[in-house]
Write a protein that binds this ligand. Structure first.
Ligand code: DLL
Length: 444
């Protein structure tokens, strides 16, 4: 008989009305708390002429102010905490290219809720008490490692806290400890798979059944490659430090989007002017952390682009689904006036036979003209192809990129294994125009 785990209570299958009722109640309480305890929010609300009593529930959420990443920077490090420092039991941070990191503080209650939500998320990937979960997300200020770790412990499964790096050792541990689930970034999953092939480790030597991958955008093409190379079901987990860390939303086995744990995070989709958009329309996703204590945020602008879908899911969970995050508004490159997202390049490359899922986009400016070069690794099986065949492949990729991106890109086929590998988030873009103060792909 399957036990009903306590981290997956009825709330995951609650009716939409029940959920709405809970969200209304939690939002009212949150607004009151931040108004009373966070001077930043009191001022913002006063400036807008909004009082906590004006907010009866999520119906009125549009009256509340947005929170921007810049607001966190302006209040660095602890200015947005809603509880005294003595109630904060942990701090995480995400690094960015622009100076100081973005900081988040958690109470003991927040850590418990996070563990529950990660347990819910891992359960979506089939993790049970009997599982062995190998965590290769980085441990430290980054939320990936400890976020996954506490979720595994919450389920009562065995956690192998490996963190990133030393891929050969990862392989030894994966094999010897018989891990059943792997947690890491999709790019690192690919690196592990590649190292496995290089060392001649066949799939039957591993016990992996699933992977919980996130922290960066990845396409379905990349998913197929990972699933094939590791012989697993690969699922997407989403989150961000400011809101909690991994486990804000999680894909179920139906691959129809990621369930947002709506009893804790209220999502909205907005257009570029901040206007709410109905479900089904694409825009920026914004979260209000209706249950958080340490550093709750009102209407946090993520810059991640997606759509919401509240149609029933075959898994029975009623929580709204977000499509996989394809792009971030601030990842957009403007090349010769054309908007290009790295994920579009990945999408094109993943359709082409003969190249590997390792690529990098180099943007430069030569003689006052933007240039874009796409470097992609050749499949090692084609290494003996003739120069003519390789040239044909290059031309084919150029055509496909031009047809899909509406911009011409120089294609460079590079040796297998020659592009940099990562044990965390991949760096897909090198924008050499930056020195000239040009618009560029901004890393968080
Ligand atoms: O990346 C938290 C995390 C750790 C999520 C492990 C999943 C797994 P940050 O470093 O603050 O936190 O970066 C958050 O990463 O706004 C998205 O742009 C991107 N991101 C996170 N998960 C996904 C995903 C962690 N599944 C930023 N798909 C977010 C696409 C993702 N992008």
């Amino acid at each position: 008989m399957i036990e009903t785990p306590i981290w997956a209570p009825d709330i995951e299958k609650a009716s939409r009305d029940e959920l709405r009722h809970l969200q209304d109640k939690r939002l009212r309480s949150l607004v009151k708390r931040v108004y009373e305890h966070v001077p930043f929010y009191r001022k913002k609300m006063d400036d807008l002429g909004v009082e906590p009593e004006d907010i009866h529930g999520v119906e009125q959420i549009h009256l509340l102010p947005f929170t921007e990443k810049q607001d966190l920077r302006d209040n660095y490090p602890f200015g947005l905490f809603a509880v005294p420092q003595e109630d904060i039991v942990r701090v995480h941070a995400s690094s960015g290219t622009t100076g100081k990191p973005t900081v988040a503080g958690y109470t003991a209650g927040d850590i418990q809720v996070w563990a529950d939500l990660m347990a819910r998320s891992l359960t979506c990937a089939g993790v049970t008490k009997k599982s062995v979960v190998h965590v290769s997300y980085g441990y430290g200020l980054f939320t990936g490692g400890l976020g996954a770790h506490y979720g595994v412990e919450r389920i009562g499964a065995s956690v192998i806290p490996v963190s990133g790096g030393n891929t050969e050792r990862q392989l030894t541990l994966l094999e010897d400890f018989k891990a059943t689930t792997l947690c890491c970034t999709p790019s690192y999953a690919l690196n592990i798979a590649e190292a496995m092939q290089k060392q001649g480790i066949t799939l039957d030597r591993l016990h992996l059944a699933s992977g919980v991958f996130g922290a960066e955008p990845w396409t379905d093409g990349m998913r197929c490659k990972i699933e094939e190379m590791l012989g697993i079901k690969a699922l997407d987990v989403y989150g961000l430090t400011e809101i909690m860390g991994p486990g804000v939303s999680m894909e179920c086995v139906n691959n129809q989007g990621l369930h947002i744990w709506e009893d804790c995070f209220y999502p909205e989709i907005i257009d570029e002017n901040g206007k709410q958009l109905p479900n089904g329309q694409e825009g920026e996703i914004v979260f209000t952390t209706i249950l958080k204590e340490g550093m709750p945020l009102l209407r946090y602008r993520t810059h991640d682009v997606t759509t919401l879908d509240d149609a029933p899911c075959a898994c029975g969970r009623t929580h709204v689904r977000m499509k996989r995050v394809r792009l971030r508004t601030d990842d957009m490159l403007i090349i010769r006036g054309v908007n290009v997202f790295p994920s579009q390049v990945e999408h094109v490359l993943m359709q082409i036979k003969g190249v590997m899922p390792y690529y990098q986009i180099i943007v430069d400016r030569k003689q006052n003209m933007d240039t874009m070069e796409v470097q992609v690794e050749l499949d090692s099986r084609l290494i003996s192809d003739t120069v003519r065949e390789i040239e044909q492949l290059k031309t084919h990729i150029s055509h496909e990129l031009a047809a899909n991106l509406l911009i011409r890109a120089e294609v460079k086929l590079v040796q297998p294994g020659s592009l940099p590998r990562t044990d965390g988030k991949a760096k897909r873009v090198i924008d050499r125009r930056r020195d000239e103060g040009e618009n560029s792909c901004s890393k968080r």
